[in-house]
Write a protein of this length. Structure first.
Ligand code: 5GP
Ligand code: MG
Ligand code: MG
Length: 200
């Protein structure tokens, strides 16, 4: 797509590249403290978490391994269906491993809650969750998320791995879409309600 079409589809940049980088570095310091030499397995949830996993893994100063899962919870629309299906499973045996699920965003929490239970049933030493973004207004499930990058308003965001209909994943910043770009009537909070680093 053309650069001007992208600009037309974006309402505002919520999290510029540099802020994302800084926050991922902070999360990496916490993860290093918690895991030490235990060599956590980072489980990236395709496709949205690709950027988070690759930046987080390179920021971490401890040994890690990586694996990937694809689950479906969204079609090409913008609302969660709550239906989860494994499209691609892990290659790694989880017995005795310390697993860290890495997600782009937790919205209702239904996907992660299901995924955590599924991985816990495979005999790992532990399963924790790291989500770059969280929409606290929308949480339905009370799944515990150990590492959260930013709490964001209840708006549809794109960029840094996050797509709308497979577009915009390559953008370096995280941005809010113009509602016209996805044909939605906006039921969202105000735009100047900026993202805040999550406390947990
Ligand atoms: P949940 O099951 O927590 O409602 O949905 C989680 C998944 O929905 C995320 O991993 C992501 O793929 C998608 N999702 C939720 N909110 C957004 C959003 O604002 N923008 C985009 N691009 N995807 C979202
Ligand atoms: Mg995701
Ligand atoms: Mg998507």
């Amino acid at each position: 797509m053309r650069a001007e079409d992208i600009a037309n589809d974006i309402r505002e940049v919520l999290l510029p590249e540099e802020r994302i980088r800084q926050r991922i570095a902070e999360l990496a310091r916490e993860i290093e403290q918690d895991y030490g030499d235990d060599e956590p397995l980072l489980v990236g949830v395709l496709k949205g978490a690709v950027m988070v996993v690759s930046d987080l893994a390179r920021e971490l100063r401890i040994p890690v391994t990586m694996d990937w899962m694809a689950v479906s919870s969204y079609g090409s629309g913008t609302e969660s269906t709550g239906v989860v299906r494994i499209l691609k499973d892990l290659d790694t045996d989880l017995s005795g491993r310390r697993v860290l699920i890495v997600e782009d965003i937790i919205d209702s929490g239904l996907t992660l809650s299901w995924l955590k239970a599924n991985l816990e049933s495979r005999g790992p030493a532990s399963v924790e969750i790291c989500a770059l973004l969280r929409k606290p207004e929308r949480l339905v499930s009370d799944v515990p998320v150990r590492y959260v990058g930013f709490d964001v308003p209840n708006e549809f965001v794109i960029g840094y791995g996050l797509d709308y209909d497979e577009k915009y994943r390559h953008l370096r910043d995280i941005a809010v879409m113009q509602p016209h770009a996805y044909g939605a009537s906006c039921h969202c909070g105000s735009a100047d309600d900026a993202a805040t680093p999550a406390t947990h």
